[in-house]
Design a protein around this ligand. Structure first.
Ligand SMILES: Cc1ncc(COP(=O)(O)O)c(C=O)c1O
Length: 345
């Protein structure tokens, strides 16, 4: 895996900076402990208590800071001189935020259709922004090229053990808040970093029996396609509006996760994800992007109820946790445009 190569490269490029940076980078994590709150509205819809893990309040706007912050701190300790990250937006913002905290220059490579809002945010973090390709996979090729420069380290948005280790902190927080295990954890899957981190966390806290409901939108359903085929599948294109879920191929680790935990993979249409964004805004007065709408659609589109009716989830679940992964790729105007584009009433 390339990221391992860069980990090694990071080690090789270690210099006398190690000592100078060590105290700073070993200090507190960049992510915050986020609230876990029961949602009256979603509990009403689901018919069971629904707890929301509010990752949208992380400093970089999504859960990504957990894994990426951890990865960048480790690379800084190994003396990396420049970080580069390909991103649909949120991973880039997490990398740029981490790089600013660490005082390391960073280049973020984004697909050409990235919103000016995200580009501005990245520039505000002091990142150099490059636009390359139509989808994330194409931007990623450019980032990999840049990462071959001396002292540069590639930050994978989802495919590295340190990223998963960082994301696993979310499950430790769930255990701390809930005490007893929930009936299921619902999350969105792009390249599968969050899924791999939550799996690692569930194993770590002894909750490996808790099913994960892994949500994707059609047109970005590379995990569902891989599970069905029993091997990694590369989608021909990303056609979903949930651009942050747009990895044509998931990380190899995601298929291993399916052997270690019970994972129920579900695909919703873009319309359902966008309608979920609108309903969540009305119910909780919080605006999230369609990637997060995919997870919320598990409740709003009745998918949990169907899984229970099919006997794939228990009939009397104590509670459900939905990871509100957040996201910066949304504004009220973009939501309006998406609703018009998809014909949502
Ligand atoms: C808001 C949001 N949710 C979910 C995901 C999916 O995460 P992963 O790629 O780790 O599967 C992403 C990825 O960028 C994201 O930005």
């Amino acid at each position: 895996m390339d990221s391992h190569r860069h980990l090694v490269k990071g080690r090789l490029c270690a210099t006398g900076m190690e000592g100078a940076l060590a105290d700073h980078v070993r200090a507190e994590s960049f992510h915050r402990v986020t609230p876990l709150l029961e949602s009256w509205a979603l509990s009403q819809v689901a018919g069971i208590p629904v707890f929301l893990k509010y990752e949208n309040v992380q400093p970089a706007g999504s859960f990504k800071i957990r894994g990426i912050g951890h990865f960048c701190q480790q690379m800084a300790m190994k003396g990396c001189r420049h970080l580069v990250c390909s991103s649909g937006g949120n991973a880039g913002i997490a990398a740029a935020y981490s790089a600013r905290k660490l005082g390391i220059p960073v280049t973020i490579v984004l697909p050409e259709n990235t919103s000016t809002q995200v580009v501005r945010r990245l520039e505000g973090e002091g990142a150099e922004v490059q636009l390359a390709g139509k989808v994330w996979d194409e931007a990623n090729i450019k980032a990999q090229e840049l990462a071959t420069r001396d002292g540069w380290v590639n930050v994978s948005p989802f495919d590295h053990p340190l990223i998963w280790e960082g994301h696993a902190s979310l499950v430790r927080e769930l255990k701390e808040s809930l005490g007893s295990p929930p009936g299921a954890v619902v999350l969105a899957v792009g390249g599968g970093g969050l899924l791999a981190g939550v799996t690692a966390g569930l194993l770590e806290v002894g909750w490996q029996h808790v099913p994960i409901v892994a949500m994707e939108t059609r047109g970005a359903h590379s995990f569902n396609a891989a599970l069905q085929a029993g091997r990694l599948v590369t989608l021909p294109d990303i056609t979903s509006v949930a651009r942050s879920l747009g990895a044509k191929r998931v990380a190899a680790r995601t298929l291993e996760c399916a052997k270690e935990c019970e994972i129920l993979s579900e695909v919703v249409e873009d319309r359902e994800a966008v309608k979920a964004v609108q309903r969540f805004l009305d119910d909780e007065r919080i605006l999230v992007e369609p990637a997060c709408g995919a997870a919320l659609a598990a409740i709003y589109s009745g998918i949990l109820g169907r899984l229970q009716a099919e006997g794939r989830l228990g009939p009397a679940l104590a509670s459900i946790v939905v990871i509100v992964c957040g996201g910066n790729n949304i504004s009220s105007q973009q939501l309006q445009e998406l609703k018009t584009q998809l014909g949502c009433s």
